[in-house]
Design a protein around this ligand. Structure first.
Ligand code: ST9
Ligand code: ZN
Ligand code: ZN
Length: 335
């Protein structure tokens, strides 16, 4: 980003995010243009060998899962898709749109459902996920962003989980207002019992269901709906941080890195409209176009229809149009 672009970036955020967020956002997810990266050399990169080893093993085991895929029965394949979608919703509708951004309200039973789904996703507990995600929005593409995409595709994708965090992530994260998360009994219960819930929901349940109900071999049941599903879902999530911060159009704000990326939206069940999302982080649909390529929005709508959720926040059409005119890159298409 050039200096002029950086200034525009900040100006764009101040004019839009600042004013609008004061009215519509109840959490600290709006870009903070007062933060400046520290001068001088960057802190050394400290590798975390345990994570490097575990992630390598997981990906190698998932390749074996791919080899076993042709020998999985049809119900096992269907179950793999169910586990993928269930765990993905725990991240998209749960940790992301509900707990990080408070873009809608969810009843107690729905929060329990989403917390269980979130444990199946094994992406850190909801509290930690939401805290990291709020720093990601507030200090996007700076040293205080946990997966700062300026450090390249690999770092934004998986590298950030393999090294110690930049001290600014922790320093800024500690100053965030997180009382809403601390006050949510479901979030704190999941945090207290996180390891056990992951063991049961991410590994044991996906494996035992096909074995018990339709006689799938334990080998296939462990490697396909278990490990392969988990790895694909992780990579689909990480693509939002890597690909959707690098490739795609910027119809809403050309001064920020996040992009509209349809492929990412598809695999991440609606989370690839990332230029829109970083421009209007409090919108429950994370996209201007509702349910289009956006299963998560359809799910939240269904929950509202069933009386389990309410108060979906949305951005006015006129506000979007004005923003497109002011800061868009000219690629905007309606619908
Ligand atoms: C995973 C997460 O994959 C993926 C998140 C992706 C986010 C995507 C967002 C995109 C939008 C949404 C799209 C959804 C799409 C979904 C599609 C689904 C198909 N603030 O952490 P430590 C404190 S996880 C304040 O050890 P190190 C911390 O509390 C995968 N404080 O830092 C602690 O304090 P204390 C599985 C913070 O040592 C201290 O600092 N999990 C913050 O640098 C040290 O914390 C893994 O692989 C903060 N932000 O280690 C594990 N951060 O001591 C990965 C930290 O007082 N994690 N603190 O308790 C780790 O092993 C480590 O965190 C580390 C850093 C090695 C990465
Ligand atoms: Zn982002
Ligand atoms: Zn977000």
């Amino acid at each position: 980003m050039t200096e002029t672009e950086t200034r525009n970036h900040h100006a764009g955020k101040q004019q839009n995010g600042g004013a609008m967020a004061a009215e519509t956002s109840t959490v600290e997810d709006v870009f903070d243009d007062t933060y400046a990266e520290k001068e001088g050399p960057k802190p050394p990169r400290i590798l975390v060998w345990r994570n490097i080893l575990m992630m390598t093993l997981l990906h190698v085991a998932s390749l074996y899962g791919l080899v076993l895929l042709p020998s999985a029965s049809a119900p096992t394949l269907a179950w793999t898709v169910v586990c993928y979608l269930f765990s993905a919703l725990g991240v998209t509708a749960g940790a992301h749109r509900l707990w990080s951004h408070r873009s809608y309200k969810a009843s107690f039973p729905l929060r329990v459902f989403l917390a269980l789904a979130n444990s199946m996703a094994f992406q850190n507990d909801i509290y930690e996920w939401a805290r990291d995600h709020r720093v990601h929005h507030k200090y996007s593409e700076t040293d205080a962003d946990p997966h700062n995409a300026k450090r390249g595709f690999f770092f934004a994708h998986i590298g950030w989980l393999l090294v110690r965090k930049h001290p600014d992530v922790i320093e800024k994260g500690r100053k965030l207002e997180l009382t809403d998360l601390k006050a949510d009994k479901v979030v704190m219960f999941q945090r207290r019992h996180y390891k056990l819930s992951v063991l049961i929901l991410c590994f044991v349940v996906p494996m035992l269901v096909p074995w018990y109900f339709w006689g799938e071999s334990l080998l296939v049941a462990y490697f396909v709906p278990g490990l392969l599903r988990y790895t694909v879902m992780l990579n689909a999530t990480w693509l939002v941080n890597s690909a959707a911060h690098i490739w795609g159009n910027r119809p809403y704000d050309k001064t920020i890195n996040p992009r509209e990326n349809a492929m990412v939206a598809l695999s991440a069940i609606g989370e690839g409209f990332h230029n829109y999302h970083h421009t209007f982080p409090f919108d429950y649909a994370t996209s201007e176009f509702g349910c289009k390529l956006n299963l998560t929005t359809a799910f939240i709508d269904l929950m509202c229809f069933m009386g389990l959720a309410k108060d979906r926040k949305r951005v006015l059409k006129e506000t979007i149009a004005a923003r497109v005119q002011r800061t868009g890159d000219g690629s905007y298409k309606s619908g």
